[in-house]
Design a protein around this ligand. Structure first.
Ligand SMILES: Cc1ncc(C[n+]2csc(CCOP(=O)(O)OP(=O)(O)O)c2C)c(N)n1
Ligand code: SF4
Length: 294
C-alpha cells in the first residue's frame, strides 16, 4: 500500500478529538493507526497526545492506550510487549508515542536501553520541536535561532538541534525512518514496512505545530513540505544503522529562507544568522548524500 487511494477507510482516531486545528501530529498518527489496524496498543507519555487521546471516560482512539510516566515510555512499551508475548500474543503491535521532549530529552535513556536490547516495539517520535503541551518551552529538538517561552525573542535558542537519528544510528536497530504528512505515500510505505519487521523500529516524524511555530492552521502541510524541499528534514530510511536510503530527493534544494520566513518563532533571526543555518543544512545534506545507497 503506497498509493493514497489505497489507505484503509477504517478510522481508529475519531474526529472531534482535542488536538488544535491543523495539528500535523494528529494527522500523522491517524495514518499510522490505519496501517497498523486494531491489533495495536499505544503507550503514551506526557505530551499533546495525553490530551488528544482523551480523559477517561472519554476517548478518541478506538485502540487500547496505556499512559505512562514521562521518562519510562520505552521501558513500559518493552514490558508490555514481553508480557503480551508471555501470554502467547505475538501479533499485537506495541507502539510508543512520544513528543520530542519525551524522546530527545526526558525519555532518551529508556529509549537507548530498549533500542540496544532490540525490543520488539515501534517507537514514534512526533517532533514539533518544543514542549508544546505545557506552553511551548524549548527542547533539545528546538532548532538554533527559534524563539520559545524559555528562549524569548530576541535571545532565541543558541544551540543547534540535537541529531536524534545519529543517536539512533549508533544503536544499529533493524529499521528507522524519517517522514512527514506532506508525503503521505512515503509515510504509509514506511509504516507498512515497519509493520513487517521484528525488533526495534524508530520513526522520526517532523510535525509542524500551528500555535508553537506561529503558522496558520492550514499551513502544516506547506511547512512539512518546505522542510523537505529545503533539506532541513530529509526523507530517508535506515537499515541496521548502516544502509541509508533517501526515499525522496528534491531536484535541487530550495533556499532555507523559504522555510524560515513566515514562521513567527524565527521572527528575530537576521540574514547573517540564516546564512549560518544555511551552511549547516548544506553540510548535513552533503553528508547524507554520501551515505545514500539508493
Ligand atoms: C517527569 C515530568 N516532567 C515534566 C512534566 C510536565 N510535562 C507534561 S507534558 C510536557 C511537555 C511534553 O513535551 P513533548 O514531549 O515535546 O510533547 P508535546 O507536548 O510537544 O506534544 C511536560 C514538560 C511531566 N508530566 N513529567
Ligand atoms: S500544540 Fe501543536 S502538537 Fe500539540 S495538539 Fe496543538 S498543534 Fe498539535
Amino acid at each position: 500500500m503506497t498509493k493514497i487511494n489505497q489507505v484503509p477507510r477504517e478510522e481508529y482516531l475519531f474526529s472531534g478529538h482535542t488536538a488544535c486545528p491543523g495539528c500535523s501530529a494528529a494527522l500523522s498518527v491517524r495514518h499510522l493507526t490505519k496501517v497498523l489496524g486494531k491489533d495495536t496498543v499505544f503507550v503514551i507519555t506526557a505530551c499533546c497526545f495525553s490530551i488528544i487521546a482523551g480523559p477517561i471516560p472519554l476517548r478518541s482512539f478506538d485502540l487500547n492506550v496505556y499512559h505512562c510516566p514521562f521518562p519510562s515510555a520505552a521501558a513500559t512499551g518493552s514490558g508490555l510487549k514481553r508480557g503480551l508475548q508471555a501470554m502467547g500474543d505475538d501479533k499485537t503491535q506495541v507502539v510508543v508515542l512520544a513528543g520530542d521532549g519525551g524522546t530527545f530529552d526526558i525519555g532518551l535513556q529508556g529509549l537507548s536501553g530498549a533500542a540496544e536490547r532490540n525490543e520488539n516495539i515501534i517507537y514514534i517520535c512526533y517532533d514539533n520541536e518544543a514542549y508544546m503541551n505545557t506552553g511551548m518551552q524549548r527542547s533539545s529538538a528546538s532548532p538554533y535561532g527559534s524563539g520559545s517561552n524559555t528562549t524569548p525573542s530576541p535571545k532565541v535558542k543558541e544551540n543547534p538541534k540535537k541529531d536524534i537519528m545519529k543517536i539512533i544510528e549508533a544503536h544499529r536497530i533493524p529499521y528507522a525512518a524519517t517522514a512527514t504528512v506532506a508525503h503521505p505515500a512515503d509515510l504509509l510505505a514506511k509504516f507498512n514496512k515497519a509493520k513487517t519487521i521484528k525488533g526495534f523500529r524508530f520513526f522520526h516524524l517532523l510535525c509542524p505545530c500551528p500555535p508553537g511555530w506561529g503558522i496558520e492552521s492550514d499551513e502544516t502541510i506547506v511547512f512539512s513540505r518546505l522542510a523537505v524541499e529545503t533539506g532541513v528534514f530529509p526523507l530517508y530510511e535506515m537499515i541496521k544503522g548502516e544502509q541509508i536510503n533517501l526515499t525522496y530527493e528534491p531536484e535541487s534544494l530550495r533556499p532555507l529562507k523559504d522555510y524560515i520566513d513566515r514562521q513567527r518563532r524565527f521572527a528575530a533571526l537576521s540574514d547573517e544568522e540564516i546564512a549560518v543555518m544555511q551552511k549547516e543544512v548544506d553540510k548535513n545534506w552533503q553528508a547524507l548524500l554520501e551515505k545514500n545507497k539508493t
